[in-house]
Design a protein around this ligand. Structure first.
Ligand SMILES: *[C@@H]1O[C@H](CO)[C@@H](O)[C@H](O)[C@H]1NC(C)=O
Ligand SMILES: *[C@@H]1O[C@H](CO)[C@@H](O)[C@H](O)[C@H]1NC(C)=O
Ligand SMILES: *[C@@H]1O[C@H](CO)[C@@H](O)[C@H](O)[C@H]1NC(C)=O
Ligand SMILES: *[C@@H]1O[C@H](CO)[C@@H](O)[C@H](O)[C@H]1NC(C)=O
Ligand SMILES: *[C@@H]1O[C@H](CO)[C@@H](O)[C@H](O)[C@H]1NC(C)=O
Length: 516
């Protein structure tokens, strides 16, 4: 009994104070804040949490949390804004710029003095690495020889799904970056593009991973296994998605969908100014924000003027997050460079949200029962907006057709037709009807990986197969070869039989005739 207790105490204390390293290299505010509640909760549970992030929590009461905030990463995004390239010059411009950006980003991160000394510290030990599964920072889990979990505040890209063995059929679950109008009803052209992207994606995988291999070699020397191999060692993948907003995809049990609401913060009072603006009105208020990643230069001056003109001609009030220059702000519009979005959306007078269609913004809108107008710009935004339009609680405006009329029509339609509001409330009831909260789910699976030093039972067979086997090419080739040989034999046999029959029936006659 005593022995059992001792064992329990030993193992329990081990789980209770694990050393966890969290690495979030991408300088996107929404990506960073989504997972902050997890870092905080892990530290409060007594784990020693070290984070390498681009935006910190900065809470001194969290004594078990050490934050290495690599602020410089934001500069690297300014130098290579690959997302804007996506909107400007399409998918391939995006991929090219992404490569430059990632190289720059990792130079910044691995060049950071604090990261360097952590990586070179012979006494640094970790029981688990949690990293953002958007780029490929496989070096950390390898360096500290511990299990790892990839996390992402949206659906995972193709290489991560491949690494987990999740099927990535180009027509069932097309890459979430593609601009497809209706995933449930793709046009022939969209199908061709999706299949080509799938094939090219797989061909380019080698090149993509090679870049990471070179970066790793540059900073950590030789002898590091290839990224292509390291990615398969990861134990779990956490994604944030929701059947309300995303297209579902088939996954293995070690791909955990955290659901919605992870990033929703507790209510905070609005500033006096904002409260005044929102409280004292009988008119509906429309909130407009294109999020933290879409920058002003994506909308040209004509589009900005069209938006403000439309606002000025409508009998509503508008609260706008923007930093536009040289445009006159109409009387019924209040502008700010930054706004506390979650608390604004909680205000009962906000009746409509005009958004770029980022997942977190959409979740916040549904959480507060607010219908939407979506203007998608890049990344997952197209498919998100397409989905919520199909679900019936939003209207879409194409970024190429931002005219005064289009903006006016969209706003009027959503505010005057009660079906949008009803639909979004129905969807909210779905959104939070889950067995546990996103945070509880995340913590539970993180401690599962700690308890078992990984998640070995969930490994998919697909990750061990070469591509030709996965695509069944060997079997198809064998069957084809067998069929060809059989057909040939049967054909020969038929010929033979035919000749024999001919000979038996006519053989003698033919001989006689010839004699005559
Ligand atoms: C820090 O971790 C210890 C256990 O290692 C725990 O007892 C303590 O409550 C934690 N403190 C905070 C502020 O999270
Ligand atoms: C927690 O981890 C940090 C960084 O690895 C280390 O410096 C610190 O000593 C650890 N704290 C405890 C209480 O183990
Ligand atoms: C698919 O799209 C076609 C053409 O736009 C349309 O006629 C058809 O009704 C759609 N089918 C479904 C199931 O949405
Ligand atoms: C605004 O006007 C100033 C002065 O005319 C000009 O320098 C600046 O580039 C303009 N900004 C934009 C975004 O058009
Ligand atoms: C501004 O953008 C809109 C939509 O993308 C486009 O139709 C229009 O031609 C652009 N105007 C100018 C002056 O570039």
């Amino acid at each position: 009994m005593l022995f059992k207790l001792l064992i329990f105490a030993l193992t329990a204390s081990k789980i209770n104070s694990a050393r966890i390293l969290c690495v979030m290299p991408l300088p996107f505010y929404s990506h960073q804040t989504t997972f902050q509640p997890i870092w905080k909760e892990l530290s409060l549970r007594g784990h020693n949490v070290t984070t390498i992030v681009t935006d910190g929590i900065n809470d001194e009461t969290l004594t078990n949390l050490t934050e290495i905030v690599v602020k410089e990463s934001h500069e690297s995004l300014k130098r290579h804004n690959f997302l804007h390239k996506h909107a400007e010059s399409g998918f391939f411009g995006f991929v090219q710029e992404l490569e430059y950006f990632v190289e720059d980003l990792y130079n910044v991160q691995f060049g950071d003095q604090r990261v360097k000394s952590l990586m070179n510290d012979p006494n640094a030990k970790f029981d688990l690495v949690i990293f953002e599964a958007a780029t490929y920072p496989m070096i950390y889990a390898w360096k500290f020889k511990c299990p790892s979990i990839g996390v992402l505040s949206m659906q995972a890209p193709i290489y991560y799904n491949d690494a987990m063995g999740n099927p990535t059929h180009p027509l069932v679950s097309p890459e979430f970056l593609l601009e497809i109008d209706d995933v449930d009803n793709m046009t022939l052209m969209e199908k061709v593009v999706s299949i080509l992207t799938y094939i090219i994606g797989h061909i380019m995988r080698h090149q993509c991973f090679q870049m990471y291999d070179e970066i790793n070699q540059k900073y950590f020397g030789d002898g590091i296994p290839r990224t292509e191999k390291l990615i398969k060692d990861m134990d779990m993948l956490f994604v944030v998605d929701s059947p309300i907003i995303n297209n579902l995809r088939p996954v293995y049990p070690h791909t955990i969908s955290l659901g919605s609401g992870l990033h929703i913060k507790p209510k905070k009072a609005l500033s006096k100014d904002l409260k005044n603006y929102l409280d004292h009105t009988k008119k509906p208020v429309v909130y407009f924000s294109l999020g933290t990643i879409v920058k002003a230069n994506l909308l040209n001056q004509t589009s900005k003027l069209a938006i403000y003109e439309a606002f000025s001609e409508l009998p509503y009030k508008f609260l706008v997050k923007a930093d536009w220059e040289n445009v006159t702000v109409p009387e019924n519009v209040k502008v700010a460079k930054w706004l506390p979005q979650q608390d604004i959306l909680r205000h009962p007078n906000i009746k409509l949200f005009i958004t770029q269609g980022g997942l977190q913004s959409l979740q916040e809108a549904v959480t507060n029962g607010i219908p939407l107008v979506g203007i998608p710009f890049f990344c997952d935004q197209y498919q998100n907006v397409q989905k919520i339009v199909k679900r019936g609680f939003a209207v879409k405006i194409s970024r190429y057709q931002i005219t005064k009329e289009a903006v006016k029509n969209a706003i009027t339609e959503v505010l005057n037709n009660p079906k949008y509001k009803e639909k979004v409330k129905e969807m909210r009831d779905f959104m939070y009807d889950e067995p546990m909260t996103s945070l509880d789910k995340a913590i539970w699976w993180i401690e599962y990986v700690l308890r078992h030093k990984g998640a070995p039972l969930f490994k998919s067979k697909a990750t061990k197969m070469p591509m030709y086997e996965y695509l069944m090419l060997d079997v198809i080739a064998a069957v084809l070869l067998f069929s060809i040989i059989c057909s040939f034999c049967i054909w020969m046999l038929i010929q033979l039989v035919f000749r024999m029959v001919k000979f038996m029936l006519f053989g003698e006659k033919v001989v006689k005739l010839k004699k005559n």
